[in-house]
Design a binder for this molecule. Sequence first.
Ligand SMILES: Nc1ncnc2c1ncn2[C@@H]1O[C@H](COP(=O)(O)OP(=O)(O)OP(=O)(O)O)[C@@H](O)[C@H]1O
Length: 278
Amino acid sequence: MIYSPNPALLDQQTHAPATFLSFEGVYKVFPTPKGAYPALENVNFTVQAGEFICLIGHSGCGKSTLLNMVAGFSQPTHGQILLHGTPITQPGPDRMVVFQNYSLLPWKTAFENIDLAVRAVHPQLSQTDRAEIVWTNLALVGLTEAAHRRPGQLSGGMKQRVAIARALAIRPEVLILDEPFGALDAITREELQDELLEIWREQRCTVLMVTHDIDEALFLADRVIMMTNGPMATLGEDLSIPFPRPRNRDQLLDDPHYAELRNFALDFLFHRHAHQES
Ligand SMILES: Nc1ncnc2c1ncn2[C@@H]1O[C@H](COP(=O)(O)OP(=O)(O)OP(=O)(O)O)[C@@H](O)[C@H]1O
């Protein structure tokens, strides 16, 4: 079959397929009681479909602000963020967010939390079809056995697995992860990183993930976007991570290029753009 792109996805002037996701001169200014606070200034970069991008920067540099605008929770003050060439103006099921604090409904079971999201996006589906989607996604994160437990009966890692399964059940094009493993112990964190890579490999969604952990970013990402400090934070470095996949943690640590990239990132954060409090 000959591939013919959807005309709506073509750039009107060049007729080239529109970039998957692009940040074009994005500024964000927050009104505060003390006056306008310019959080982000002139952020420009593009993301290809299927890329795994990690955003790193000191606390307060605007990482969550940027993700929130991709999610459609807020709008740039100037500039635009385009998905398939169309400005993002509101939330939609093509972009799902997973937060650090799981944000599950405590009175619903794992199954019900996921089912609720599926029902909100696909109200036309029968209960049987919805249940199939929920079971598939619970299995994807290894939680079939815990389906009928409420969040209070789940560990932190299990709660985050439910949150990831809930996001994936909607089949988003962009999976937005805001420090998803920040509250987890080191072992659970590594397990979830491996599972996330496996899911991403199978589903080929595009991932935008905020992390404070350089090793996590180097293990997971195709590119690490490093942000300068706020106010007026912007893109500082756009690092390509060349390690072949599937990645093996021990092999990565032995790779001299790994130490080079890690030192470059550390130098960016703690010398070139040191935070006063760091
Ligand atoms: N609604 C708001 N009103 C005013 N200022 C805001 C608002 N939201 C964020 N800010 C400010 O914008 C800056 C960026 O915040 P943001 O939460 O995006 O940073 P971050 O890089 O995600 O930080 P962290 O790593 O600590 O989560 C901060 O100085 C924050 O105080």
